[in-house]
Design a protein around this ligand. Structure first.
Ligand SMILES: N=C(N)NCCCC(=O)O
Ligand SMILES: [Mn+2]
Ligand SMILES: [Mn+2]
Length: 289
């Protein structure tokens, strides 16, 4: 389709290689829709018997005042906001927004905790150096984090990676840093509970950040996202991963890339809300009946 005749609401841009990258935007409306769908959540976790509201002080503290016209300024605003949030002793659970937000959040997290472990659940490694000419974007956060020493690379795992890539081995850079890479093919047709036993051993007792890109799930379950990739994880596997984080020294979590315009049933936002609840239920000092 001729770039000039495309629907102005759809963002296309020639890639450096073939075709074009089609990024379905409006991710910034994700938090609003996740809040709407979170109305269905109850107080206790029937699967794990966790009682989050008996264990912790839990609050929705609202949105960071981002700059929708300037991504770099938005990152600065997020970093400054999270410095203040973390100074209170809070463990933030963040709704994205696209995966760019993990970079400024981890800048603030590492300032407080030092280089942290990372459980990264995603279809994409998000370790590109430059995408569409930009160093800051949702395809580059973890490259920037490594460059700035924010991650304890031997304690990083990336789970669910898949899809077409910019090179034959899209995960080479991750492995070169010392990350454990778990491509989706190693997840197909199996419970991820055994994998999470290995991840807990890898993470040890040090601080860990959990970053969950909703596009880790198969688009049949979570179509409302900007860069869907087929043959993904099931919601059951997503829950297994999060529940497998029980006992880790979690210092922060996020759930990113929910795009409401592509989520007509609301199921993607509903799944995001439930995954965030599961994250709440594995935080340190949780009471279980
Ligand atoms: N959805 C996230 N976080 N990243 C997608 C990157 C897609 C790309 O660079 O082509
Ligand atoms: Mn991502
Ligand atoms: Mn992704």
């Amino acid at each position: 389709m001729d770039p000039e005749t495309r629907d102005p609401g759809t963002y296309h841009s020639p890639s450096r290689i073939l075709g074009s990258i089609i990024y379905r935007n409006s991710i910034r409306f994700g938090p609003r829709q996740i809040r709407v769908e979170s109305a269905m959540l109850r107080a206790y976790n029937s699967g794990t018997r966790a009682a989050p509201y008996e264990s912790l002080v839990v609050a929705d503290i609202g949105d960071v005042n981002v700059n929708v016209y300037d991504l770099k300024d938005t990152c600065k605003r997020i970093r400054e906001a999270y410095r203040k949030i973390l100074a209170t002793g809070c463990i933030p659970l963040t709704m994205g927004g696209d995966h760019t937000i993990a970079y400024p959040i981890l800048q603030a997290v590492a300032e407080k905790h030092g280089p942290v472990g990372l459980v990264h659940v995603d279809a994409h490694a998000d370790t590109s150096d430059v995408v569409l000419g930009e160093k800051i974007g949702h395809g580059t956060p973890f490259r920037r984090c490594v460059e700035e020493g924010l991650l304890d690379c031997q304690r990083v795992v990336q789970i669910g990676l898949r899809g077409s890539g910019y090179s034959a081995d899209s995960y080479e850079w991750s492995r070169e840093q010392g990350f454990r890479v778990v491509p989706v093919e190693e997840c197909w047709f199996k419970s991820l509970t055994p994998l999470m036993s290995e991840v807990r051993a890898q993470m040890g007792s040090g601080p860990v950040y959990l970053s969950f890109d909703i596009d880790a799930l198969d688009p049949g379950f979570a179509p409302g996202t900007g860069t869907p990739e087929i043959a993904g994880l099931t919601p059951i596997q997503g829950v297994e991963i999060i529940r497998g984080c029980r006992g880790l020294n979690l210092v922060g979590c996020d759930l990113v890339e929910v795009s409401p315009p592509y989520d007509p049933t609301g199921n993607t936002a509903l799944t995001g809300a439930n995954l965030l609840f599961e994250m709440l239920c594995v935080l340190p000092k949780m009471k279980y009946y």
